[in-house]
Design a binder for this molecule. Structure first.
Ligand code: FES
Ligand code: MG
Length: 585
């Protein structure tokens, strides 16, 4: 990268425009009123925004409130001026009806700030699930120099001598409670044990996934994703990130230089290797569409399908965030993949060097946490992209298929990757909660649970509800999980091998809308298909009936934003973006 200190920074249009002294004065005076000087604002120093996603409402990102101070010091050290501002909060575990609703809202707000204020470059503070894609999507749209600083995961949780991972322990406790093994107090105690410090989820949920992928995309300093929030290295990298963004502005190194097709391919390979969340394809599609790279869902299977799972983190494995960091984090994963020729080494990163230059030769320091490529946790651990007569596209995270599930459903010697079952259909999470334990439904191990009405339109933002537990009477019989299929999402911390993100959703006219409890459904993972077995006349008749009734019914919007988003949101397979906002249709 050649440095160009003479290039006119965009902030000059506000603070130093000799053609319009009145406007310059207006822009200047109010930024002077808290103590900045004219000399600072008019000396040509880069103005660096710190997009602050942390707050009391967002505990996952709250460490960033303090970390930003170190980032400011780095910015100042390198000759820039820091201006911190809030981003619309998105707390995964706090926002109703779902935090995903706010990803596009935070995106829109951040775009307006980055575009409309005198900012030459931005530090994107990230962490909790949706905050990372929201920030990256905005940086992609505005395309000014941007660098990701995540606040870092929590320390490892412990419960009764075992690692207790975020989210994962909730799913486990939910089953234990339903089976009568623990009571309410026991449930709360297990949950609290998994959250021992400030930071975001310590499992390989959507947060660690998206921060790892931000790093794999080249958008953060190497090693940034995995450092736990309370570690000294976290504050140190906050400082280094602040220093680096100032030089990125001088080099005019923009997201469009970094977020290339090669970068997205690297993200997919890394996602498979780390056992990334099923939310990743949605967010990666959104980032790609905002930067203008054509990156279809099927690429996940083509590029990432055969990549093994080498990172041994819950929910697919045993360890947690501290272990991931100590074993080398993302650079060690990328270094391992480089040895296998799986990384596009020429992809540029925020360091100004390529990912190959950053990570070649970096290898894990703990081979049980980040396994050697030849001894993975699971072979071919990428997502399976499935289609069929119920939807055009859905994903399945094959790396979390348990031995028990495999034995029950995927071990017919004649047809090892296929099974059939009786559909039990739920219309949204409330319907599921009301009826799942009703013996009248006669749910048994031959059933496939369906969740519909939970996509971006049906349940604004798409609910994380497809990983449904079996009824309590089955759990007591030792049936731990049933196959689940749906048009919603599932928590990245869930280990269920659901088929989810089905697009189009029922509310957008997808085939799930005509499915009925009692229908036979065939799942064939070898062929990548899910089909309801119905005579064509019956199918067409049901379609006509539904159309006559005005289509699949879903609840009314509760807020203006829900209504606005519903009017222009795309499906999960296409990134759940706001259609008018993207460069790439
Ligand atoms: Fe915020 Fe998991 S809830 S990272
Ligand atoms: Mg989640």
């Amino acid at each position: 990268m050649t440095e160009n200190r003479d290039r006119k920074l965009r902030s000059r249009a506000w603070f130093d425009n000799p053609d319009d002294p009145a406007m310059t004065a207006l822009y200047l005076e109010r930024y002077l009123n808290y103590g900045l000087t004219r000399e600072e604002l008019q000396s040509g120093k880069p103005i660096i925004g710190i997009a602050q996603t942390g707050s009391d409402l967002s505990p996952c990102n709250r460490p960033l409130v303090e970390l930003a101070k170190r980032t400011r010091e780095g910015i100042r050290e390198a000759g820039g001026i820091a201006i911190e501002f809030p981003v619309h909060p998105i707390q995964e575990t706090g926002k109703r009806p779902t935090a995903a609703l706010d990803r596009n809202l935070a995106y829109l707000g951040l775009v307006e700030v980055l575009y409309g204020y005198p900012i030459d470059g931005v530090v994107l503070t990230t962490g909790c699930d949706k905050t990372t894609p929201a920030c990256l999507m905005a940086a992609a749209t505005v395309d000014i120099p941007a660098i990701v600083l995540t606040g870092g995961p929590m320390l490892n949780g412990w419960h009764k001598g075992e690692r207790a991972g975020s989210g994962t322990i909730i799913w486990k406790a939910r089953e234990m409670l339903a089976a009568g093994e623990i009571d309410y107090e026991g449930f709360m105690e297990m949950a609290a044990a998994s959250a021992p410090s400030a930071g975001f989820c310590n499992t390989m949920g959507t947060a660690t996934t998206m921060n790892s992928l931000a790093e794999a995309l080249g958008m953060s300093l190497p090693g940034c994703a995995a450092i736990p929030a309370p570690y000294r290295e976290r504050a140190q990298i906050a400082y280094e990130t602040g220093k680096r963004i100032v030089d990125m502005v001088r080099e005019d190194l923009k997201p469009s230089d970094i977020l290339t097709r090669d970068a997205f391919e690297n993200a997919v390979v890394v996602s498979s290797a780390i056992g990334g969340s099923t939310n990743a394809p949605i967010h990666i599609a959104a980032i790609a569409r905002h930067i203008g790279v054509d990156f279809d869902l099927t690429e996940w299977e083509r590029i990432g399908g055969d990549v093994p799972l080498i990172v041994n983190l819950q929910p697919a494995g045993d360890y947690l965030a501290e272990d991931y960091h100590r074993a080398g984090g993302v650079p060690a994963v990328v270094g391992t993949l480089i040895q296998e020729g799986l990384i596009r080494e020429g992809a540029l990163t925020v360091t100004g060097r390529t990912i190959g230059e950053n990570c070649r030769g970096v290898l894990p320091t703990d081979m049980d946490v980040i396994r050697p490529f030849a001894e993975p946790l699971k072979p071919a651990a990428g997502f399976r992209v499935v289609t069929g007569n119920l939807f055009d596209a859905a994903v399945m995270k094959t790396s979390t298929i348990s031995p028990d599930f495999r034995r029950r459903y995927l071990s017919d010697p004649d047809d090892p990757m296929a099974f059939e079952g009786r559909a039990v259909v739920f219309d949204g999470p409330e319907d599921y909660h009301d009826r799942i334990d009703d013996p009248g439904l006669k749910i048994d191990a031959d059933c496939i649970l369906f969740m519909r009405g939970t996509g971006p339109i049906g349940y604004p933002g798409a609910a994380e509800v497809v990983n449904m537990r079996a009824p309590d009477y089955l759990l007591k019989q030792g049936v731990q999980e049933l196959p689940c299929i749906g048009d919603g999402r599932q928590s990245g911390t869930s280990g269920s091998p659901s088929i989810l993100n089905a697009s189009p959703e029922a509310a957008a006219g997808g085939g799930l809308a005509v499915l009925r409890t009692g229908d036979r459904v065939r799942v064939d993972l070898a062929k990548g298909r899910v089909d309801v077995i119905l005579p064509e006349a019956e199918w067409n008749g049901r379609r006509a009936e539904l159309q006559a009734a005005g289509g699949y019914a879903y609840p009314e919007s509760q807020t203006p934003w829900q209504e606005l988003q519903r009017s222009c949101v795309d499906q999960l397979a296409q990134g759940m973006v706001l259609k008018p906002a993207v460069r790439f249709q």
